[in-house]
Design a protein around this ligand. Structure first.
Ligand code: SF4
Length: 382
């Protein structure tokens, strides 16, 4: 299989979105967020353009940015002007920290192929992608990917980031001497809105895990393709998804002919929202009232307060938890640990990629859905 990294990422987020965009190739208009990211990337590309002997001035890059800006991408005028000023701020800060001649830039927006061999099917899969910037640094190479996201993730998620791991595989495939000579590859995400770079590295073992992870995703894609079943996966990006019109989860929103009890359902949902909001308010107020009562009890050195029609008593409650290590040690000595130990599914998921592929398959087959239950989760959009 030949597949781009961004398609793999789309599949991880939502298989249905993957089907609409990658398999069915349905074209949707670019979102304003994607446009913002693209124009910033293009401006940084222009800043570092290797053809230019003298780097552009700050004014020139801002001029490039504003001449490519499309205000109509933002239906709301205020939102548009905020986005434009954010873009200017990002570029000014970047320019201060990244004057082109201070860096030894090897390549920009460069395409790569990462090869992943599947022992089972004897097939070599090719993951393609584009790296924003590669620098030659004292210790080896630095791969930099620009991010225009508002949030900065914790370091742990950068250390486990699949995109960066795949980029490492890609650059090692392009320059085999990286692996042969054990050249260091620094992997960085540059958060432009915060003007901060988070960096990490990968060990040979982690790169093997990455190959395993990619193979698992490819197998999942193939399985779904065979079953012709790419299920929608609700996620925080759904509200901005361009495929809502085709998505079964959003079917009701685009139904031309609504159900017979539409009005009754609408009222039920409205009331549901109201009750939920009230119960949240009540929970907050109860916490405030408890605080007042507790303070009174503390000051008066009491454990019970009375009013005309009742009283409240405070009592200390102890919650015990086992020291698993100790209990295990004791029970193992008497050969009884098997009776109480249970499978830690979170842990198993984490280490799954470290098993040989055959074992991984066996473990995955042992997974069964015990109980299916429905859950009502509300979200107010207005
Ligand atoms: S709206 Fe959400 S669930 Fe539907 S296709 Fe888009 S991302 Fe997937």
């Amino acid at each position: 299989m030949r597949i781009s990294y961004s398609s793999l990422e789309t599949f991880i987020v939502c298989p249905a979105k993957f089907k609409f965009g990658v398999i069915d190739k349905i074209k949707v208009p670019q979102s304003k967020e994607a446009f913002f990211g693209t124009i910033i990337h293009e401006t940084l590309r222009m800043l570092h353009d290797p053809i230019k002997i003298v780097p552009p001035t700050e004014e020139e890059i801002l001029e490039f940015f504003s001449s490519h800006w499309i205000p109509e991408m933002w239906p709301d005028k205020d939102e548009e002007s905020i986005a434009f000023s954010q873009g200017v701020k990002i570029l000014k800060e970047y320019y201060q920290k990244n004057y082109p001649t201070n860096f030894n830039i090897v390549d920009l927006e460069t395409r790569f192929d990462a090869q992943v061999f599947d022992e089972n099917s004897k097939e070599t899969h090719i993951i393609t992608g584009k790296i924003d910037r590669i620098d030659k640094i004292e210790t080896g190479f630095e791969i930099i990917d620009y991010k225009t996201s508002k949030k900065m993730p914790p370091q742990k998620s950068v250390d486990e980031n699949l995109q960066l791991s795949t980029y490492h595989l890609g650059i090692a495939n392009r320059w085999p001497s990286i692996e042969e000579k054990n050249v260091k590859v620094k992997l960085s995400l540059y958060f432009l809105r915060h003007s901060e770079k988070l960096s990490t590295e990968r060990t040979a073992e982690q790169l093997n895990e990455t190959r395993g992870k990619i193979l698992r995703i490819i197998r999942e894609i193939k399985e779904m393709e065979e079953k012709e079943e790419f299920k929608p996966r609700a996620n925080p990006l759904c509200d901005w998804c361009g495929y809502q019109k085709w998505c079964p989860l959003f079917a009701h929103k685009f139904l031309e002919k609504k159900g017979p009890n539409e009005e009754e359902m609408k009222k039920a949902v409205e009331e549901y929202f109201e009750i939920k909001a009230e119960s949240k308010k009540d929970a907050r107020r109860i916490a405030e009232l408890q605080e007042i009562i507790n303070q009174y009890l503390d000051k008066q050195n009491l454990e019970r307060v009375f009013i005309d029609n009742g009283y409240i008593t405070r009592s200390a409650q102890e919650r015990n938890s086992w020291n698993e290590e100790k209990v295990r040690e004791i029970l193992e000595k008497v050969k009884r640990w098997n009776e109480v130990s249970k499978l830690d599914s979170a842990k198993l998921k984490k280490i799954l990629g470290t098993f040989p592929l055959e074992t991984q398959e066996k473990i995955k087959k042992a997974l069964k859905v015990k109980k299916t239950f429905t859950l009502l989760k509300e979200k107010k959009t207005k």
